[in-house]
Ligand binder design. Sequence first.
Ligand SMILES: [Zn+2]
Ligand SMILES: [Zn+2]
Length: 651
Amino acid sequence: MEPIHVTLPDGKVQEVPKGTTPADIAKRISPRLADAALVARVAEPNDGAGELIDLRRPLEHDVKLQILTEKDPDALFVFRHSAAHLLAAAVMELYPDVKLGIGPPIDTGFFYEFLRNDPFTTEDLAKIEAKMHELAAQDLPNERKLMPKPEALELYKKNDQIFKCELVEEKAEDPLVSFYTTGKFIDFCRGPHIPSTKRIHAFKLMSVAGAYWKGQEGNPQLQRIYAACFFTQKELDDHLHRLEEAKRRDHRKLGAELDLFSIQEEAGPGLIFWHPKGGLIRTIVENWLREELQKRGYDLVYTPHIMRRDLWNTSGHTGFYKDNMFGPVEVEKAEYQLKPMNCPGHILIYKSKLRSYRDLPVRLAELGTVYRYERSGVLHGLLRVRGFTQDDAHIFCTPSQIESEVEACVDFAFAVMKNFGFDKFEVELSDWDASHPENYAGKPEDWHRATAALADTMQRMNIPYKKIVGEAAFYGPKIDVKLIDAIGRPWQLTTVQFDFNLPARFALEYVGEDGARHQPLMVHRALLGSVERFFGILVEHYAGAFPLWLAPVQVEICPVSEKVIDYAKHVTETLKRHGVRVHLDDRNEKLPAKIRDAQMQKIPYMLVVGGKEAEAGTVSVRHRSKGDLGPRPLSDFVDALGQETESRAIS
Ligand SMILES: [Zn+2]
Ligand SMILES: [Zn+2]
């Protein structure tokens, strides 16, 4: 047998007989690796990417080979795909008449689709899950089989698997069609798969949802069984726990319970009504931000919500951004456009007079409300809406100022996150794809300089970041900051973007030191992103229990009986005079009911006042999470509260 050469990731080359499998090579490397191996990646000797193949697939020529274990994210997808086959195998055993659709891996697990007259019930899911465990325990091998196309079609026709016939007709290109068997189950599939079923145990069938075949309305409706699936039980448990927590924290649910905001069908989808309590929190957030903007050298501006459509032709939005805009409005034979972005407005303010290098940088900030068209199907509470307010700013500066401006933006972003109680984050630097310059505005030297400026800034600030090629906006590279919330979910928040495009389109200028006209650089940046979305994130991060400085009601006064109502009013008035947001519960209810309701509203402090407190001039302090803190003189409590609010403490 002629030998082939297999190059391993460490550069070592093994000479093995043709037909050797990745599994054989794993065994030669170490029994531990052979045991942990799930799938292999092979690439041509001179090619980077390569493809995933089964461990039992014979190697036919010289390749680069990598054995993947649980440590590799790609292996997880293969693992989940194999689990999807296991689901189909279990369903076919229990309900042999179902017709099979497709079963791909997804983000946290997999699904498989079935056509069946009766809907799958919760009991059915339990039965299927038990059958999956039973089959998995049999350690059934996932075996690849090749079949001529006519034979494959015959097989599926015989079993009346209409959708599979359709798939084989469409997708099978080679004369030989590849199938995978798992015990008695056989599925048309390109693979690859993990060697057998024994490792698949950490899964849970989550739900059933209707889905049209191939996602096309008018096609038969299949039932999709969704499952969560991980390598280990611990990962699955953590995931399920996070889901529970996410449900508990859902801002749509809390928004209604705490009376923060609403979306009204009468007004239209994706448009937010801020109720008094939500509106109060928003005001506090915005006031803090405005103060900070001024401290950091920004000028606050306001620009119109609707402007001539011609302006959006100049900016390029009617071309590049058309699908996201509301339609034009005609006024006196001219077309006007509801703004999807604030940039052109700020540009017009910049252009309103001749600028000198001494005026730069010009930093124009606006809490600017924009309107974007989103399909109604993708709208989601406060997170995906049609009208929202950006904490937007545009910085116009000289090339020599760009690094310090970017640094100041990133520093500002971190100050914002810290202020609102977020201490974990991820930073991404999105660069262009240099192999496709036609997709971008700006010259290669602009891109190199801008990306280098961003990278240098991150390094100087000691901020670890991930560089992502091809993710830049068409007009320039950007830095994105994602915060990680209380239950570990990342949220895209801040974005700092270079722009080579708009300064050129609007012919922006400044007079340089040399007396000549130059084009300024432009940076777009939003720190919170959208105020609506940020508020949704805050609600979920704190599960509605806002820190004292943000809480719409900070203190609930709970008199134990009618008899002490005068003292209760005195306490209420005293707190109000000190600027505390306080509410007196003067209902004719028992104390436990008052406390329970205040707890439900997540009010930070409850002050219990009875005869003893009235006599001593004290209040009995109760905190929503720390519980009973005992009696304190009223004036002491007022001072402590003032300090906690001032310091914007997070607790
Ligand atoms: Zn498959
Ligand atoms: Zn902008």
